[in-house]
Design a protein around this ligand. Structure first.
Ligand SMILES: *Cc1c(COP(=O)(O)O)cnc(C)c1O
Ligand code: SF4
Length: 341
């Protein structure tokens, strides 16, 4: 039956419903390019129409990509280019050997005082450089039924001071599920700090809901959120406003990036990013060198070049805005600074 004229619109506002934006993120390579006035011929190795790791680009992130520019630093993070399908000898599907660090289902323990929960296998955005792009979340992920086992392992070890919710992206979970998890962690007396690593906050700034703010300000634990952004263009005014609300809720905000060829591998680009983050109340934390994951070799920046970029950054930024350049070396008791490699 046709809706009566003048009936109020029932469609949720696409600019505020974060779950709808998450669903709207799936699109084909062709749709992404057509929306930007580009074609496969604009890229040296073309594009892949149906990659094994499907495209996912939330509408807000898409709106920040410049039309008509095949070098756009946001586009290159999400577009499946032909390089992914070229032979990449020596590349791995689990480059960090994370399967060796599972203490309980969904619980990764590499470092003494911090334990990491794979709270969700889903991400709003699919980043082409992702080191977990081949990850078997089926086995590794925290599910409701396995939660008790992971929580018991944390409760049994007073050496764990901080729990890190990671993924995938923990903020792809609904607020009620997140609230229940945080409540359970609250009950473990030796936990002082709750950390979330998320790329959803900056790709869907509407993810900062009143319920999320309420739950983060109510916990007795110190809350740290590490946002994942790689370029100043990702910090739109809407993103900065969302980050400001988190700061008001008492959250400490840090950023980590991956050093990506063609996206941010130049000191002036990283300096502009650091300044933009600082203006939004976020301190740069880590810049990670890429891990040798299969399908992402075209993003690699070699160590000599990374060292030169780091030195140049020190020359132009105050010390507190220079991120730590690190690589993850399996078996070490912390991330390894570039200077110690
Ligand atoms: C990176 C990482 C951490 C956190 O390390 P920090 O140096 O404290 O940021 C914790 N657990 C795992 C498994 C990690 O990969
Ligand atoms: S948000 Fe993180 S985990 Fe998810 S695809 Fe991007 S890099 Fe990978």
């Amino acid at each position: 039956m046709a809706a009566p004229m003048n009936a109020p619109a029932r469609i949720p506002n696409p600019t505020t419903d974060w779950q709808q934006q998450q669903r709207a993120a799936r699109l084909s390579t062709g749709e992404l390019l057509a929306g930007l006035g580009l074609s496969a011929a604009d890229f040296p190795h073309g594009v892949i129409a149906a990659p094994d790791f499907p495209l996912s680009v939330p509408p807000h992130f898409r709106s920040l990509i410049r039309a008509g520019d095949p070098h756009d630093p946001l586009l290159l993070q999400v577009l499946a280019r032909g390089e992914e399908a070229l032979p990449q000898p020596g590349r791995l599907t689990d480059p960090l050997e994370e399967a060796d660090y599972r203490e309980a289902p969904g619980l990764l323990r590499k470092y003494r005082s911090r334990a990491l929960l794979i709270a969700s296998g889903a991400c709003a955005i699919h980043c082409r450089y992702c080191f977990r792009r081949h990850y078997d979340y089926g086995e590794a992920m925290l599910t409701r039924s396995r939660e008790a086992e992971a929580l018991a392992a944390i409760a049994a070890d007073p050496g764990i001071e901080e729990v890190i919710l990671s993924g995938g992206d923990p903020l792809s979970l609904p607020d009620e599920r997140l609230a229940a998890l945080v409540m359970s962690l609250e009950g473990i007396a030796h936990l002082t700090t709750l950390r979330l690593h998320s790329r959803t906050l900056t790709t869907i700034p509407d993810r900062v809901t009143p319920a999320l703010l309420a739950l983060l300000s109510a916990t007795r634990m110190q809350v740290v959120i590490v946002v994942h952004t790689n370029h100043a263009n990702e910090i739109s005014d809407a993103v900065a406003a969302a980050l400001g609300r988190l700061r008001q809720a008492g959250v400490t905000l840090l950023n980590q990036s991956v050093l990506l060829a063609g996206v941010n591998a130049a000191a002036p680009v990283l300096a502009a990013h650091a300044r933009r983050l600082f203006a939004a109340g976020v301190l740069p934390y880590y810049v990670h060198l890429t891990d040798p994951v299969a399908g992402a070799a075209h993003f690699d920046v070699d160590e000599a070049r990374a060292r030169a970029i780091e030195a140049e950054l020190r020359g132009v930024l105050p010390g507190y805005l220079v991120p730590r350049f690190v690589r993850e070396v399996p078996g070490r008791d912390s991330k390894t600074p570039l200077s110690a490699l």
